[in-house]
Each structure stands twice: as structure tokens, then as C-alpha cells.
Design a protein around this ligand. Structure first.
Ligand code: NAD
Length: 326
């Protein structure tokens, strides 16, 4: 049995029924924590995501709104560590900034405040590469400035990072923030703004229809496999590193055109892309993470290649479609 800071600890995971959160809980359980409390209102997460651990006696799942401050305070008062992952997606923030303010800003403040009050040993905060907007440098180091971000979501994530930083300096609250790039894998959101294209193309492969690329397919992303992201989160708790923000990407820049080629190849498909005019202007045309800092301070290296990850994603998605049809 592994024996470390997680062993015997109580850990709160907000958003633990979600895509990344559910993998994180699986990885944490390997280290025998005393208790994992999950708060999730299932607006995006699901019981299905948690099927590998929902019956585990160490897991307490609370189906509730993380914006319920009294509940949040109670859960934090019973915890040693906090992962704050509950958030609205980028397009949901744009559609409803009032609600987004509560979830992304006010509740993040509550997490910091209660964590200080109950002497939480470390908060691990899910930020995003969205803080960069269109970055200045590629690969993008953590020192790139966030002033090109144009989204509420990115603004809220930046606030969160800076808030925890101020709580570290005012009160000594230890924290680590992660700027994930384009996370993908089984259980992923099937209509997320940046990654939805993978699911659309898998649908085309399944239906044997030529997949559509809007624009010339030159937009690039840095796709990182979800289990690697979960492992980075575990490493942050185990290490003594504090007061740092880390990029979590794969350090591989992949254009949409190239992504589609790989997806067709690994699925033995002879389909051909159809290029149509783009109907939207994408303000973020490139993404590529510099991952040096996460390696140097957390010994984190992404392990799953894009080809391996896409095979796992395809298998999961095709099985999901098959069972839905039955
Ligand atoms: N997936 C990505 O590519 C990506 C990239 C950058 C950052 N992130 C961040 O990582 C974290 C996890 O993202 P994910 O991809 O797993 O998304 P997700 O939507 O699957 O997970 C978020 C979870 O939070 C829950 N939630 C949202 N609002 C809530 C509320 N008010 N009360 C209780 N629960 C609530 C949702 O039901 C969901 O299960 C988020 O903070 C997200 O902003 C994700």
C-alpha cells in the first residue's frame, strides 16, 4: 500500500463527479485516504462518471450546489486538503455571467476564506490556459501575461489564482493552481467549446460521413489526456510545492487538420475532410504549453501520447453510442 500525505487524510473535491474530478478521485483512492467528500450538483458531472467508486465507503458524495456557503464551510471544516474543480464551462459563463459570478468568483472566494479559517493544508485549484487568451510566446511559459484574455471564464480563473496567491501571502494558505490546456479522454464533455470537434468527428467516423473542418484547419491546440491531468493534481498534493501556477499540456501543438488525420488513421477510416468556410472568428488560434516548470517542481510528465489517448477516447465513445442505441 502507498503511504504518504494522502493516506489517512480527508479531502474535499468540488466538482468530483465531473470529467477530470472523477479521474482524480480514482487516483486519490489508490493512496488510501480516510475520506473523500465530493460536492457536485451534477449539472455536468454524473453518477456514471463515479461508477468505479460511488460504493466505496471512503467516498461521501453530496449532490448539492457548491454555492451553498454553509455546506461548503461544513465540508471544508472536515477536510485536510481541498481540490476546487467545480466550475462552469467557458460558453456557460458567457451565456450567464450572473450565475458565473457566483460559481466562479464568489464560491472561489468562499473556498479561500474557509480554507484559511479551518487551516486547510493545501488548496489545489483548477485554473485554465484560457487565462492567456492568445499567448505571446509558443511554447507558452507560465510567465506569459494574461492581458489578452477576452473571456469571463479566463478572467474568473485569473481572479482565482490571484486570490489564492494573496491568501498565501496574507495568511500562509498553501495552494497550487493548474492551467490545463485542452483536456480530452473518455467521459469528456460531448459539447465543450474547444474539444467538441473530436466528438463530432467520431460521430462522422461512426456514420461513415466525411468530417467537416470549418476554416483551413490551421488552429492549433495542445491536447492533454485526462488521466495525466489527474496525476498532476495528485503530484501537487504530495509535493511541498506551494504558491505556484503550472501549465498542464502535452507540449505538442496539433492543428485541427492534423488531429483529424490522426483520428481517421487510428480508426482505419478512409473518409476525407470537407473544408467549409469558417463562420466564427476564433480569437485563440494557437495553444502550446511549456511544461518545464511542472517537470522541474512536480516531476510531472504527461505519459499518454495523442495517438494512445485518441484510441482510448474512440473506444469509449463508440461503446457509449452502441449502448445508447440498444
Ligand atoms: N476540460 C478542460 O479542457 C479544462 C481546461 C481548463 C480548465 N478546466 C477546469 O478544470 C475543472 C474541471 O473541469 P472538467 O473538464 O472536469 O469539467 P466538468 O464540467 O466535467 O466538471 C466540473 C464539475 O463541476 C460541477 N459543478 C459546476 N457548477 C457547480 C455548482 N454550482 N455546484 C456543484 N457542482 C458544480 C459540474 O456538475 C461538473 O461535474 C474546471 O474548473 C474547469 O474549469 C478544464
Amino acid at each position: 500500500m502507498l503511504n504518504n500525505k494522502i493516506t489517512g487524510s480527508s479531502i474535499l473535491v468540488t466538482g468530483g463527479a465531473g470529467f477530470i474530478g472523477s479521474y482524480l478521485v480514482e487516483k486519490l483512492l489508490k493512496h488510501s485516504p480516510e475520506k473523500i467528500i465530493i460536492i457536485d450538483n451534477l449539472i455536468r458531472g454524473s453518477i456514471e462518471n463515479m461508477e468505479n467508486f460511488i460504493g466505496n465507503p471512503a467516498v461521501e458524495f453530496i449532490e448539492a450546489d457548491v454555492n451553498d456557503a454553509a455546506l461548503l464551510e461544513k465540508c471544508i471544516s472536515e477536510s485536510d486538503y481541498v481540490y476546487h474543480m467545480a466550475a462552469l464551462r467557458i460558453n456557460a459563463c458567457a451565456a450567464d455571467p450572473v450565475n458565473a459570478f457566483d460559481t466562479m468568483v464568489k464560491t472561489t472566494f468562499n473556498v479561500a476564506e474557509f480554507s484559511r479559517k479551518y487551516k486547510i493544508k493545501k488548496v489545489i485549484y483548477s485554473s485554465s490556459a484560457s487565462v492567456y487568451g492568445l499567448a505571446q510566446n509558443f511554447p507558452t511559459p507560465e510567465t506569459d501575461n494574461p492581458y489578452d484574455n477576452q473571456t469571463f471564464y479566463g478572467a474568473a480563473k485569473m481572479f482565482g489564482e490571484q486570490l489564492f496567491r494573496s491568501y498565501k501571502h496574507m495568511y500562509g494558505l498553501d495552494y497550487v493552481a493548474f492551467r490545463y490546456f485542452n483536456v480530452y479522454g473518455p467521459r469528456m464533455d460531448t459539447d465543450g467549446k474547444y474539444t467538441e470537434v473530436m466528438i463530432k468527428w467520431l460521430d462522422c467516423i461512426n456514420e461513415n460521413k466525411n468530417p467537416v473542418i470549418h476554416g483551413d484547419g490551421s488552429t492549433t491546440m495542445d491536447f492533454v489526456y485526462v488521466e495525466d491531468v489527474a496525476l498532476a493534481n495528485v503530484a501537487a498534493l504530495l509535493s511541498d510545492v506551494t504558491d505556484e501556477a503550472f501549465n498542464i499540456g502535452n507540449k505538442r501543438e496539433t492543428s485541427l487538420k492534423e488531429l483529424l488525420e490522426i483520428m481517421l488513421r487510428i480508426n482505419d477510416s478512409k473518409l476525407k475532410p470537407v473544408f467549409v468556410e469558417s463562420n466564427t472568428v476564433n480569437p485563440v488560434s494557437r495553444r502550446l504549453a511549456e511544461n518545464k516548470k511542472a517537470y522541474e517542481l512536480l516531476k510531472f510528465i504527461p505519459e499518454i501520447t495523442l495517438e494512445e489517448g485518441l484510441k482510448k477516447l474512440s473506444k469509449w465513445y463508440f461503446e457509449k453510442i452502441k449502448t445508447a442505441v440498444k
